[in-house]
Ligand binder design. Structure first.
Ligand code: HMG
Ligand code: MG
Length: 301
């Protein structure tokens, strides 16, 4: 059984939908703080169009700064960083930044795919075949997201056979992990369990991760279902910040600190290190974050 693994998506999924643009300096501080709290996998940004997602426009500079700090041993050398890549241009930027891991992202429906990346699923997939070929040649690690695995904001309930079909196609691109994403937070634990059970006939559980948005308060229950089914890789965002700008819903992520609370216990020292960062982020963004642990008397007194 593989060890538990958490991917912190706060600097990318967390921030991408925020109107207040954080300065490069604050983004750098945010990430350094996350590494000091002990997080080992962090998604730093996205090489997407700044016209589509303005908050991600300085991803290249940010990544270069973070990798330089890591080279100078000011950041734990064990921390693995990644960034989102939507197409060939994104890959070129990623290579210039020096990042060693990219995440590709596809959807189970054409409607969501077109809204999100202006391409049908097949056309995006074809572009990714070339992107992944080159990325492998450049020795990059590749991870993938499959969005709208339960519900699509434009097409409604997503048939499981579409998820299975796209998981198999994506595995063929040579990615090391596929994150099953509930973009609109509509999934329920019993549906998550059922989907994973079906998926295990086609892909090993070690290659699956999950990415539950928390729109309807069900994300942690879904995580628990996934854990009971044998998954060990979980995406989360500090403070529960985040969501896809094209999901039509105000979709926070499952908070990283809640993932740790659920799966490692309330006393895990990382939680106490993360909560002051969440409060700092609230100040920088001038808003409250949804994570219940931030206000918990257990951690504040
Ligand atoms: P497009 O307009 O179709 O691109 O956008 P194009 O190829 O037609 O080119 C148009 C212009 O965009 C050109 O510039 C290109 O150079 C430029 P111009 O000549 O007009 O000056 N361009 C780019 N610029 C920067 N970076 C690039 C890039 N590619 C082209 N990579 C594109 C296509 C994919 C770029 C666009 O649709 C886009 O950026 N979409 C944003 C997608 C996004 O970030 N979504 C949120 C993240 S996904 C998510 O949150 C879901 C996830 O969390 C899982 C889940 O929860 O489900 C992962
Ligand atoms: Mg997401």
């Amino acid at each position: 059984m593989p060890a538990l693994s958490f991917l912190e998506v706060g600097p990318r999924d967390g921030l991408q939908n925020e109107k207040k643009i954080l300065s490069l300096e604050d983004k750098t501080k945010f990430i350094v703080k996350l590494t000091q709290a002990g997080l080992k996998r962090i998604e730093l940004g996205a090489f997407v169009s700044p016209k589509w997602v303005p908050q991600m426009k300085d991803s290249k500079e940010l990544i270069q700064k973070i990798l330089k700090l890591q080279k100078e041993n000011k950041i734990d050398p064990q921390v693995q960083f990644s960034a989102l890549v939507p197409n060939q241009k994104g890959l070129e930027q990623a290579l210039k930044s020096g990042i060693k891991e990219i995440s590709i992202f596809l959807s189970t429906t054409d409607s969501f795919s077109k809204k999100n990346i202006n391409a049908t699923r097949e056309s995006a997939y074809k572009k990714y075949q070339a992107v992944c070929r080159q990325a492998h040649k450049e020795n990059l690690k590749i991870r993938a997201y499959l969005s709208v695995c339960f519900d699509c904001p434009y097409e409604g309930k997503v048939p499981q056979k579409e998820v299975i079909k796209w998981v198999q196609k994506i595995e063929g691109l040579g990615v090391y992990e596929i994150s099953i994403s509930d973009t609109t937070g509509k999934a329920r634990a019993i549906e998550a369990e059922d989907l994973f059970q079906k998926l295990f006939h086609f892909i090993s559980k070690e290659k699956l991760a999950c990415h539950f948005h928390n729109v309807h308060g069900t994300a942690l229950a879904n995580v628990w279902s996934a854990y009971k089914m044998g998954l060990r890789s979980f995406d989360g965002s500090l403070g529960g910040l985040g969501g896809c700008p094209y999901s039509k819903v105000p979709s926070g992520n499952v908070p990283t600190e809640s993932l740790i609370y659920l799966l490692k216990g309330a006393e895990d020292p990382t939680i106490k290190k993360l909560l002051p960062i969440a409060r700092w982020l609230e100040e920088r963004l001038e808003k409250k974050l949804p994570s219940p642990l931030i206000e918990s008397p257990y951690y504040t007194v």
